[in-house]
Design a protein around this ligand. Structure first.
Ligand code: GLV
Length: 307
């Protein structure tokens, strides 16, 4: 089987080496060294060049190299019946949970004040009198792992998801009313949603109006979930009072963008959770094996939900 890896601008040597160890029978190609494009059986792609899928006429399945699949679903060359998978492993979900715990508890406990005190040799103990309330938008693999991490720390957590759920471990909201209820309850409102026609622009002024004064918005989903202008207006009204953003409509964030210098915006450059070669290699091989056995790739897209 011929496997193509295509994620322009990334170094894949570690990934390819590990796939070779795990599955020596696979013929692994790294774009742009595709060889005969019609012979490729399975492609794993991230922000692939336009037109690539049109050339890969022998594909049996395709997978995103990460959790998001919108770059594939928005590609007009994606053949209508081609199975589409994604890579979401326990490491990716745990790293995301770790990022959220670090950002939220670091901010809630105001850990950034202590280095200032230290420089002045000031002994000023302080801790908040209650844990924060964390609201998760999205309750898939990432959301569930994050909820588990907060629960273990006795931090109250609730979530909102597409449809009514049966998860008993935390309060679960759905529909528009549930979204607004969660926004009004949360000290930290975290967007972990997939990008679909239903979720694009969901972080907008209507939602910000429901947030508590002094609350914090965190976006680790996609830049397109956020209506940037609405956020700038909302920050001026203190609802939310801070935005922690890892993803942006345009990446890298252009130098002239107001978020860079806004006092109430904290930026991380799309690194809340990064696909690690070791885990990616294992997932890719497992996905290939499934396709060889006539099954869909790992974590297949559910077309009816758009992700
Ligand atoms: C990262 O943003 C991913 O989708 O894996």
């Amino acid at each position: 089987m011929i496997l193509l890896i295509c994620a322009p601008g990334r170094d894949h040597s570690g990934l390819v080496q590990r796939i070779g160890q795990l599955a020596p029978d696979l013929d692994v190609r790294v774009w742009p060294e595709v060889g005969c494009p019609q012979a490729v059986d399975f492609a794993v792609v991230w922000k692939h060049p336009a037109g690539l899928l049109r050339e890969l006429t022998g594909l049996k399945a395709v997978s995103s190299l990460g959790a998001g699949v919108e770059h594939l679903l928005n590609d007009p060359d994606l053949p209508p019946n081609l199975p589409v998978g994604r890579l979401v492993g326990p490491r990716l979900a745990a790293d995301m949970a770790g990022y959220l715990v670090a950002q939220i508890l670091g901010d809630w406990r105001r850990l950034d004040r202590f280095p200032h005190h230290q420089r002045r040799k000031q002994w000023r103990p302080w801790a908040p009198d209650r844990p924060p309330q964390v609201g998760l938008l999205g309750f898939g693999r990432m959301g569930k792992r994050a909820a588990q991490a907060f629960k273990a720390l006795k931090v109250p957590v609730a979530a909102w998801r597409r449809g009514a759920g049966t998860e008993a471990s935390i309060p679960l909201h759905h529909d528009r009313q549930g979204l607004e209820t969660l926004a009004g309850w949360s000290d930290y409102l975290v967007c972990l949603l997939p990008l679909t026609d239903h979720t694009r622009g969901i972080l907008d002024q209507e939602l910000f109006r429901r947030m508590k004064p002094d609350s914090v918005l965190i976006n680790v989903g996609r830049g397109e979930h956020l209506v940037e202008k609405d956020l700038l207006d909302a920050l001026a009204k203190n609802r939310p009072s801070l935005a922690i953003l890892d993803v942006f409509g345009e990446e890298p964030l252009p130098p002239q963008h107001p978020f860079w210098t806004h006092p109430a915006v904290r930026i991380t450059p799309h690194c809340a959770s990064l696909t690690q070669p070791e885990e990616a290699a294992e997932l890719i091989v497992a996905s290939v094996r499934r396709v060889q056995a006539g099954l869909p790739p790992l974590d297949p897209v559910q077309w009816e939900f758009g992700y």
